[in-house]
Write a protein that binds this ligand. Structure first.
Ligand code: G3I
Length: 378
C-alpha cells in the first residue's frame, strides 16, 4: 500500500482551485444571517451535528463559528474514547471532554458521547488488565465514572461501538474483541447496564458500520445487528437505539428498498435510529471538483431520503464538518487513485457550503416532520 500523508496545508492548496461556491438563493442566508443545518433540521424535528476534534478548532475561530452555526450536536471525535480519557489505569483525564461540554453549553448544543466499549483506541494497559482478569472491574468502573460524571449533561452515549463481524468465525456474529475474549458476550450487557445505572436518563446506543449497502457482506452484517439487538432486548439489556455510522462510498451498491426495510425492522423493535458518522468517499469518481462534489451530494441524497422517511430516525451527525478536518485525510480508506484529497464533508476547506451541504438541507426540509427527541437542544 502506498504511503500518503496529507497535511492541512496540502489539503488547503490542493483544493483551493475549482471550489464550488454556494449559489445565491440556495437557502444559506436569511437576510444577512446565515442559516445553518441545525436550524433546517430542527424545523423537521431532527438534530444535526458533527464530530469535533478539539485541536481542529483551537486555532481556527472560523471553523469554531461554523460548528456553532451548523451543529446542534457535537460528538467528541477522540476525547471520550479510552485512549483520550484513560492514560493509565488509575488516571482519568477529563480536560478535553470538559472543554467540549463547555463549548456545547455556551452555544446551546447537545453532546453525544463516543464511545465506552470499543476494541480500538485502547491504551496499552487495557489489554494487559484484560489478560490479568480485571475486565469486569475496569469496564464497570470506567463507565460508572465517565457516564456518572456527565450525568444529565451528555444525553446520548454510543455505549458499544462496532460489535458485529459475522465473517470472523463466531456463530453469534459478534466481533471477537479483547473485551469479548475476556468477558464473553455479557460484556455488552455490562456496558449498557452500567451506563443505565450511571445515568438513568441517557439514551444508550449500539453504533455500527457497513450496514447501508446491498452487498452480501453488509446483508450478513445487518442480520447480525438485528439478531444482536433482539437478543439484548430479550435479556432485558437497556439499549435504546442503533447508530448507523454511514461512512458512505460512491460505487458501492445501494438499494433503497433494502436499507428502508432494515431501518423499519430496527424501528419495529421500539428503537430509535441515528445516522452517526456520515461522510462520503469519492475515490471512484473521476473528473473535476464540481463533478466530484455533485456525485457526493447525489449519493448522500439517495441515502438520506431513504433513511429520513422513517420517523424513528432522529439525528444525523457527520464525521467532521469541513473538508479541512476529515479522518480520511490520514487513513488509507481516504486515498484516491489520483492522489487528490477526499471531499467528504458538507463544507469545503474554505468553509463554504458544498453541494453536500445543500443535499443535507434539502433532505431535512423534505423529511416528514417528526416529534423531536427529549434530549435535543431546544
Ligand atoms: O493524539 C495523537 C498525537 O499526539 C500523535 O502525534 C498522533 C500521531 O499519529 O496521533 C494522535 O492520535 C490520533 C488520534 O486520532 C487524534 O488525531 C491517533 O493516532 C489516531 O488513531 C486517531 O484516529 C481516530 C480513530 O477513530 C481512532 O480513535 C480518528 O481521528 C477518528 O476519526 C476515528 O473515528 C472512528 C470512530 O471513532 C468509529 N468509527 C470509525 C471512525 C473512523 O475511523
Amino acid at each position: 500500500m502506498r504511503a500518503q500523508r496529507i497535511g492541512r496545508r496540502a489539503v488547503l492548496s490542493g483544493l483551493g482551485a475549482g471550489l464550488v461556491l454556494a449559489s445565491p438563493g440556495n437557502g444559506t442566508t436569511a437576510g444577512s444571517k446565515p442559516i445553518g443545518l441545525r436550524a433546517i433540521a430542527a424545523s423537521r424535528g431532527l438534530a444535526y451535528g458533527a464530530a469535533l476534534g478539539l485541536r481542529s478548532v483551537d486555532e481556527d475561530q472560523a471553523l469554531a463559528d461554523a460548528y456553532t452555526r451548523e451543529c446542534a450536536v457535537l460528538v467528541p471525535e477522540g476525547d471520550a474514547k479510552w485512549a483520550g480519557l484513560r492514560p493509565a489505569a488509575g488516571v482519568f483525564r477529563f480536560d478535553g471532554l470538559d472543554r467540549l461540554l463547555g463549548i456545547a453549553d455556551r452555544h446551546g448544543q447537545s453532546v453525544r458521547g463516543h464511545t465506552l466499549l470499543w476494541h480500538e483506541a485502547l491504551p496499552a494497559w487495557v489489554p494487559e488488565a484484560l489478560r490479568a482478569g480485571q475486565g469486569y472491574d475496569i469496564l464497570s468502573d470506567h463507565i460508572f465514572t465517565v457516564v456518572g460524571r456527565y450525568r444529565g449533561r451528555i444525553p446520548v452515549w454510543d455505549v458499544v461501538n462496532e460489535a458485529v463481524a459475522p465473517d470472523e468465525g463466531r456463530e453469534d456474529g459478534l466481533r471477537p474483541t479483547p473485551w469479548l475474549r475476556a468477558l464473553g458476550p455479557r460484556c455488552l450487557d455490562l456496558a449498557f447496564k452500567a451506563a443505565r445505572a450511571a445515568d438513568p436518563g441517557a439514551v444508550l446506543m449500539l453504533n455500527d458500520h457497513d450496514l447501508e449497502y446491498a452487498s452480501p457482506l453488509q446483508d450478513r452484517r445487518r442480520r447480525a445487528v438485528l439478531r444482536l439487538l433482539e437478543t439484548l432486548l430479550a435479556r432485558g439489556v437497556p439499549v435504546d437505539g442503533l447508530g448507523l455510522q454511514s461512512h458512505l462510498r460512491i460505487g458501492r451498491p445501494f438499494d433503497p428498498r433494502i436499507l428502508h426495510r432494515f431501518i423499519g425492522e430496527v424501528g419495529g423493535l421500539g428503537l430509535m435510529v441515528m445516522i452517526t458518522e456520515l461522510d462520503v468517499g469519492d475515490a471512484a469518481v473521476t473528473g473535476d471538483i464540481p463533478t466530484r462534489d455533485q456525485a457526493v451530494a447525489d449519493h448522500a441524497s439517495a441515502f438520506l431520503d431513504t433513511v429520513l422517511d422513517h420517523a424513528c430516525v432522529k439525528a444525523v451527525t457527520c464525521w467532521g464538518l469541513s473538508d479541512r478536518q476529515s479522518w480520511l485525510h490520514h487513513h488509507p480508506a481516504g486515498w484516491r487513485p489520483d492522489g487528490q484529497p477526499m471531499r467528504p464533508l458538507p463544507l469545503d476547506v474554505e468553509l463554504r457550503p458544498k453541494p453536500l451541504w445543500q443535499a443535507l438541507g434539502d433532505a431535512f426540509r423534505n423529511a416528514p416532520k417528526r416529534s423531536s427527541a427529549a434530549w435535543m437542544p431546544g
